[in-house]
Design a protein around this ligand. Structure first.
Ligand code: NAD
Length: 326
C-alpha cells in the first residue's frame, strides 16, 4: 500500500520535511508567493493530510473540497484560521503548535515594548537620514520602562512569559484573563489579577496575548482606549482584529495614548493607512515567533502531529481530540 498523501503549503525546514517524507507522499508548495486559494482547493482534493500556515483558511469550502482529509496541522499556536467545529463534524483532526514559541514571542513583545517606549525606530531613522545634529538634552525623550506598571491581557503561555521578564525591570504586573490563574501562579509571576477596566486605567504598558475569538475581536476599541492613561503604550503581538485599528489611529491622533507597537493587523498584509504615517507607532511584519530555532521547532511539531495520526497515535496537539474520542 502506498503512503498517505499530504499537501504542505510551504517547503518548511529539512528537519520537518524528513518527518513528513518518511510518513507521507508529500507535495510541497514551493513558489515564493503564498499558495493561491484556487490552487489550494485543487491540490488538497486528493490529500489525507494538510500541513498549513496561519495564512490558509481551513473552512467549510476547503473541507468540502477535500473528501479524503483526515488531519489539518497548522504551523501556528493561534488557530483562528481553522474552523475546528467544522473539522470535528467531518471527523478531521485539527492540530496546532502550542508551547514551542512562548519564549520567542514573549521576547518580541518586549522588543516592541522597549522600542516604542524609547523611540528606537524614530531614532534609527533620524541617524540614517543624516540630519541628527549630535547629542542634546531633550532629543527623543521617551517613557521609562523600569518600575512602571505592565498590564497583560491574556495570561496564558505567552502572557506569563511576558510577565516573567518584567521582574528584571522591577515592574508591577497586572493581568486580566477570562479565567483567573491559581494563587501559586500569581505569586510565581508576581502578577495581580485585575478587571479589564482597572488594568487599562492603571497600566503604563498594555500587552495583548489573547487568542482571536468572537469575544476578543475589537477587545481594544474606542471605549477601551479611552480608559488608558494618556502616557500609556499598547503592544499587540496576538492577532490583528483584537484591536480596532481605526479606533487606535483616532486615539493616537487625539493623544489619548502615547503610542502603539504592533506585530499583527486586522487585514494583513494591509495596515490602516492612518497608522502608516505616524511616528508614535511601530509596525512589525508579524514576526514575533520568527527565529530560526522557533520556526524550525514549529514546523517539526506540525509535522509530528500530522504523522502521528497515520502511525496509529493520538496527535499530541490535537484541538478536537476529545470531541473525536481520540
Ligand atoms: N504575533 C505572533 O506571531 C504570534 C505568535 C504566537 C502566538 N500569537 C497569538 O497569541 C495568542 C496566545 O497564545 P498562547 O499560546 O499564550 O495562548 P494560551 O491559550 O496559552 O493563552 C491565551 C489566554 O487568553 C485567555 N483568554 C481567552 N479569551 C479571553 C478573553 N475573552 N478575555 C481575556 N482572556 C481571554 C485564555 O484564558 C488564556 O489564558 C495565540 O492565540 C496567537 O493568536 C501570535
Amino acid at each position: 500500500m502506498g503512503k498517505p498523501k499530504a499537501l504542505v503549503t510551504r517547503p518548511l525546514f529539512p528537519a520537518a520535511r524528513a518527518i513528513l517524507d518518511e510518513c507521507f507522499d508529500a507535495e510541497y508548495w514551493t513558489s515564493a508567493e503564498r499558495i493561491p486559494r484556487a490552487e489550494l482547493l485543487r491540490r488538497v482534493a486528493d490529500k489525507e493530510a494538510l500541513v498549513c500556515l496561519l495564512t490558509e483558511k481551513v473552512d467549510e469550502e476547503l473541507l468540502a473540497a477535500a473528501p479524503k482529509l483526515r488531519i489539518v496541522a497548522t504551523m501556528s499556536v493561534g488557530y483562528d484560521n481553522i474552523d475546528v467545529p467544522a473539522c470535528t463534524r467531518r471527523k478531521i483532526v485539527a492540530t496546532h503548535t502550542p508551547g514551542v514559541l512562548d519564549e520567542t514571542t514573549a521576547d518580541f513583545a518586549w522588543t516592541l515594548l522597549m522600542a516604542i517606549a524609547r523611540r528606537l525606530v524614530e531614532g534609527d531613522a533620524w541617524v540614517r537620514a543624516g540630519t541628527w545634529p549630535g547629542w542634546d538634552l531633550d532629543q527623543l525623550l521617551g517613557g521609562d520602562v523600569w518600575g512602571k506598571t505592565l498590564g497583560i491581557i491574556g495570561f496564558g503561555r505567552i502572557g506569563r512569559g511576558v510577565a516573567r521578564r518584567a521582574q528584571g525591570f522591577r515592574m508591577r504586573v497586572l493581568y486580566h484573563d477570562a479565567v483567573r490563574a491559581p494563587r501559586d501562579v500569581e505569586s510565581e509571576f508576581h502578577a495581580e489579577f485585575a478587571e479589564r477596566d482597572r488594568l487599562l486605567a492603571e497600566s503604563d504598558f498594555v500587552s495583548l496575548h489573547v487568542p482571536l475569538l468572537p469575544e476578543t475581536r475589537h477587545l481594544i476599541g474606542k471605549e477601551a482606549l479611552e480608559k488608558m492613561k494618556r502616557t500609556a503604550y499598547l503592544i499587540n503581538t496576538s492577532r490583528g482584529p483584537v484591536v480596532d485599528e481605526a479606533a487606535l489611529a483616532r486615539a493616537l491622533e487625539e493623544k489619548k495614548i502615547a503610542g502603539a507597537a504592533l506585530d499583527v493587523y486586522e487585514r494583513e498584509p494591509e495596515v490602516h493607512p492612518a497608522l502608516l504615517a505616524r511616528k508614535d507607532v511601530i509596525l512589525a511584519p508579524h514576526i514575533a515567533s520568527a527565529t530560526v530555532e522557533t520556526r524550525t521547532n514549529m514546523a517539526v511539531m506540525a509535522a509530528r502531529n500530522a504523522a502521528a495520526l497515520f502511525q496509529g497515535r493520538r496527535p499530541p496537539n490535537a484541538l478536537n481530540a476529545d470531541a473525536l474520542g481520540l
